[in-house]
Design a protein around this ligand. Structure first.
Ligand code: XMP
Length: 530
């Protein structure tokens, strides 16, 4: 396989925070490499990226708003095929001599598309009656000279237009959303029939390419990696190890705030199955001392974060000749920290890696092989590299770990109690999620739990066990449905599963006499309790 990200590149100009992400993902779903750039990239900068095709995203603004995102119209003269959606469609019209009008009634949601002229873009889709997804107020009311209107809906006279000769195409609707019935066909028409691209962005190809890139860069030098057991650092470790073998050393800092079984699982997978050089730093006591008496959540976070890098660099300095530090930065980390222009202007954005507190006089060059991958692609890579499902599909777990799930002071007794309760929660809800996965074929289906754990609040309550009254601890069950942690709803877990969790926690965890379920969405609550 000769996949190369540089050979074929579909560049998405993003006209509104995050709109481009979905488009890039759809393109990648069709096995073509795609990346996102801010809409104000100049034609020269864009040309330097050698795009095979350009897509203009939608965006939340009106093209008439004072601070409306703009674009360099010379991009249309690069000779590269361009496809615009919604705001991008309106941009194409205004930049090339067409016109956009304010309309009284916006059009939001499903609409029925009718073809009114031959169209390369809409080929292989029904002439009449296909559902498309609309979300706009303004609309193009005059297309640029030389363009043909190819489709309309009841409320939108110009729902798609194109100029096949110049290979410029636009739709008012959103082909990238699943509700647009033939969205995939439309995108495929553009990528494969119009632009003549090849679907070569496959996991095997990607691994091969990344491995040779890493090998070439690292040569005979050594690489170090801070392994947390989370998806991103685990996949980075597996990938870098595939490339340079034992030149990679993973450092696993065990701060003691990890869930039951986690350190063992990291050992088993990386040391035993992958046979990687792994330094397991037992910093549990060191952390326990630092956290003693600390109740403020932000202080807990600060201590854990600061100490983590201290411990890590102490270990790093013990290894000779390390030149590189590999990190599991992924594409959303970069996009969300403000888009970084690839190849264009110097980055004005601080991505989180700039925050690594290198000690005085210490420096490693960074290797971030996942920095162009979305989370689901990172998971697919992990699977292709042989990581177990339990690691690849692991739920998110915060860096400060259980420290922010023990409200108030962290003591050994409370940590032990929380770990035991959390294990029960995970066993039951892992099994519940697995049943849903078997039924639906989806990992994150409608009712599955996206993140789930136990919290130990700083309260006691009265209970009765056997003949005795107790004054015991309460465990809070937190389980949410979400896709990105930005918003979340409490999971609608069946009563029998809830009942089993409750009776197991009270029965199996000494000192606990009550279990409550947190039924607050985010917002107003956060997912974590601290
Ligand atoms: P909240 O509680 O803000 O959490 O709704 C959103 C997501 O972020 C995780 N989280 C953290 N992750 N360090 C992390 O690495 C932290 O300090 C931290 N606080 C919250 C949380 O688990 C959820 O997935």
């Amino acid at each position: 396989m000769t996949t190369s990200t540089a050979e074929q590149r579909v560049v998405v100009l993003d006209f509104g925070a995050q709109y481009g992400q979905l488009i890039a993902r759809r393109v990648r779903d069709l096995h073509v490499y795609s990346e996102i750039v801010p809409c104000d990239i100049t034609a020269e900068e864009l040309k330097a990226l050698h795009p095979s095709a350009i897509i203009l995203s939608g965006g939340p603004a009106s093209v008439y708003a004072d601070d409306a995102p703009d674009m360099d119209e010379n991009i249309f003269a690069l000779g590269v095929p361009v496809l615009g959606f919604c705001y991008g469609e309106q941009m194409m019209a205004t930049k090339l001599g067409g016109h956009v009008a304010h309309t009284d009634a916006g059009e939001y949601g499903p609409a029925t598309l009718k073809r009114i002229a031959d169209s390369e873009l809409l080929a292989h889709t029904p002439e009449d009656g296909q559902t498309v997804w609309m979300s706009h107020r303004d609309a193009v009311d005059a297309v640029p000279e030389g363009f043909v209107v190819t489709a309309r809906t009841e409320n939108c006279a110009i729902a798609a237009y194109e100029c096949a000769e110049r290979r410029l195409y636009a739709t008012q609707f959103h082909p990238e959303v699943r509700h647009t019935e033939c969205g995939t066909t439309i995108l495929s028409n553009f990528l494969f029939e119009i632009c003549g691209l090849t679907p070569n962005w496959t996991m095997e190809g990607i691994i091969e390419e990344k491995v040779s890139e890493i090998r070439e860069r690292v040569g005979s030098d050594r690489v170090i990696l801070a392994l947390s057991g989370g998806v991103d650092s685990s996949v980075t470790a597996a990938l870098v190890h595939r490339a340079v073998g034992d030149q990679l050393t993973c450092v696993f800092v065990n701060h003691g705030m990890l869930r039951a079984g986690e350190p063992e699982s990291v050992e088993r997978v990386f040391r035993e199955e992958f046979d990687m050089p792994l330094v397991h730093v037992h910093a549990e006591e060191r952390y326990a001392r630092l956290l003693a008496g600390v109740t403020d959540p932000e202080k807990k976070r600060r201590i854990i974060g600061r100490e983590f890098w201290k411990v890590f660099f102490e270990e790093a300095e013990k290894l000779d000749g390390v030149k590189y530090l590999a990190q599991g930065t992924i594409y959303p980390d970069i996009i969300e920290s403000g888009a970084r222009k690839t190849g264009g202007k110097a980055s004005t954005i601080k991505s989180h890696h700039n925050l690594i507190p290198f000690p005085e006089g210490v420096h490693f060059d960074l290797i971030e092989p996942l920095d162009h991958f979305f989370k689901d692609e990172v998971r697919a890579l992990g699977t292709a590299l042989g990581l177990p499902d339990e690691m690849v599909y692991r739920q998110p777990f915060p860096g400060p770990g259980l420290a922010i799930r023990i409200i108030g002071e962290i003591t050994e007794e409370r940590l032990t109690m929380l770990k035991a309760a959390d294990l029960v929660v995970r066993e039951e809800l892992d099994a519940y999620n697995q049943r849903l996965y078997e039924e639906t074929g989806e990992r994150n289906s409608e009712h599955s739990c996206w993140q789930y754990f136990a919290v130990l609040p700083d309260i006691r309550s009265v209970g009765v066990m056997g003949d005795e009254r107790t004054y015991g601890r309460t465990i809070v069950l937190r389980a949410v449905e979400s896709s990105d942690a930005m918003t979340a709803d409490w999971a609608k877990i069946p009563y029998d599963v809830l009942g089993r969790i409750s009776s197991r926690v009270v029965g199996e965890v000494p000192g606990v006499n009550r279990v409550v379920y947190d039924i607050t969405p985010k917002p107003p609550a956060t997912i974590e309790w601290e």
